[in-house]
Design a protein around this ligand. Structure first.
Ligand code: ATP
Length: 452
């Protein structure tokens, strides 16, 4: 598949959104709250509110449907966060998953050496210490004894759970190369400089897939190109403007310890271009290492070639939180409706936290009981909101702000002919739809069941 626009120009198209506006909207409308708000927060940790959790679930669902459900060559998995500590020796994370740290001798602040320019403190201009390597894995203890023998780590990536289950999967499922194993889940990294809202946090969620191919360079190249294209286009299909996305191959000196080549999908955040997802060629590094450390046979038997080997891996690794951030930023818009500026999140209807809001027009003879019945009908299929307070214009504005794609009003005519009006968030156009076909209309327009 071709990449729709991989060579975007660097010029930023004009947009209404700023990080501050988005952060405020997220807090005000219950999308994202600072964690432990009542205790003054816990630096760069966030909770997803009633609307945020819906959006997040939809992002994961959009990924799962296309990466697992709709394919015949990818299977799912859900492995534990705590794994045998040997995992991280084998994977190289104990030794290599480090960032170089420098401290300011004057103001005592700490920075990532590779994030600062020059050799002075970016805050106060003070002298910096020599760089030290700092491991990013969170440590804890398993069981009641807090000693080194019981040290375990919170996983810094979900990928290792997939490699550790490679033999389990091929022994229990009928798989043939090429095939993938995918999972979503929490990962933890003790980042030195978290920030930019949910872009970089210490606890976050990933969507990762290990795609195993024959250990041949041409096969590796073919699938690498395929997945780079697929993943770029996924963001475009779910609403991100392709000129705010680009592909960036890593330079040799920035490759992770396991990678033979990585290309990032980057998004143009208000603070500049930043990674959304990385597609890496991990070769057989991980399976080789786990075979060595565990002493287990992690080979695949190729029936046609009558040969055993450890396959090579292409890994698209995405972040749920970063994807959410990019989807919200790209959807954020301000326009004028009935002489009033409104904020509207033009989210793809599949991602929108609430799909339809139901409004009885009490002063126009719309009965709340009827409206509740319509709500219950739609709620069998989709997340809904119900609002009977205030003017209809204000009610629309409240839903526009959180990206609700459809509004359903119940008025006196509903009571007579069983029709409702259906309002479109983006065009603000309204049409009359029979209640009998309302769900089918919504199913069609929301588009979950259409081809991607
Ligand atoms: P970065 O260079 O931004 O630190 P990375 O290259 O270390 O990211 P990967 O190890 O490739 O990231 O992880 C895959 C994906 O997981 C990233 O593209 C990102 O979407 C997500 N991710 C990684 N670290 C974080 C974090 N601290 N907070 C939120 N998401 C993260």
């Amino acid at each position: 598949m071709s990449v729709e626009n991989a060579t975007a120009s660097q010029a930023a198209p004009a947009r209404a959104v700023t990080m501050e506006k988005l952060v405020n909207l997220c807090k005000r409308r219950g999308l994202v709250f600072p964690t432990s708000d009542i205790y003054g927060g816990l630096g760069s940790t966030f909770d997803y509110g009633p609307l945020g959790v819906e959006l997040k679930r939809n992002v994961k669902e959009a990924w799962w449907r296309e990466t697992v459900q709709r394919r015949t060559d990818v299977l799912g998995l859900d492995s534990a966060i705590l794994q045998h500590p040997r995992t991280w020796e084998a994977s190289g994370h104990l030794q290599n998953f480090t960032d170089p740290l420098v401290d300011c001798k004057n103001c005592k602040q700490r920075f990532r050496a590779d994030h600062i320019e020059g050799d002075r403190c970016p805050e106060c201009g003070g002298e910096l210490t020599e760089a030290r390597q700092f491991n990013l894995m969170f440590k804890t203890f398993m069981g009641p004894l807090e000693d080194t023998a019981n040290t375990v780590y919170l996983r810094p990536e979900t990928a290792q759970g997939i490699f550790a289950n490679f033999a389990n999967v091929i022994d229990t499922q009928r798989v043939k190369l090429p095939f993938g194993i995918a999972q979503t889940g929490k990962s933890f990294r003790n980042e030195i400089t978290p920030g930019n809202f949910i872009f970089r946090t210490r606890e976050f969620e990933q969507m990762e897939m290990e795609f195993f191919v024959k250990p041949e360079p041409a096969e590796e190249q073919r699938w690498f190109d395929y997945w780079v294209g697929e993943r770029f286009n996924w963001y475009v299909r779910y609403g991100i403007a392709s000129d705010r996305l680009r592909l960036r191959p890593h330079a040799q000196d920035e490759l992770s310890h396991y990678s033979r080549g990585t290309t990032d999908v980057e998004y143009l955040y208000p603070f500049g271009w930043g990674e959304l997802e990385g597609i890496a060629r991990r070769g057989s590094f991980d399976l080789d290492q786990h075979a060595k450390f565990s002493g287990k046979d992690l080979t695949y038997f190729d029936e046609e070639a009558k040969a055993r080997y450890r396959p090579w891996v292409i890994e698209p690794a995405a972040g749920v939180d970063r994807a959410m951030l990019a989807f919200m930023l790209d959807a954020y818009d301000e326009d004028v409706v009935e002489n009033e500026t409104r904020i509207v999140l033009r989210l793809d209807p599949r991602l929108a936290p609430v799909k339809a809001a139901i409004y009885p027009l009490l002063r126009k003879g719309g009965h709340p009981e009827k409206a509740q019945a319509v709500r219950e009908l739609i709620a069998r299929y989709f997340t809904t909101a119900y609002d009977q307070a205030g003017s209809i214009g204000r009610r629309y504005r409240r839903q526009d702000e959180i990206g609700t794609p459809f509004g359903v009003t119940i008025d006196h005519q509903t009571m007579e002919d069983d029709t409702v009006t259906l309002r479109d968030r983006d065009t603000t156009q309204q049409e009359r739809v029979p209640i009998g076909t309302l769900v089918a209309t919504l199913v069609d327009r929301i588009g979950w069941y259409r081809e991607a």
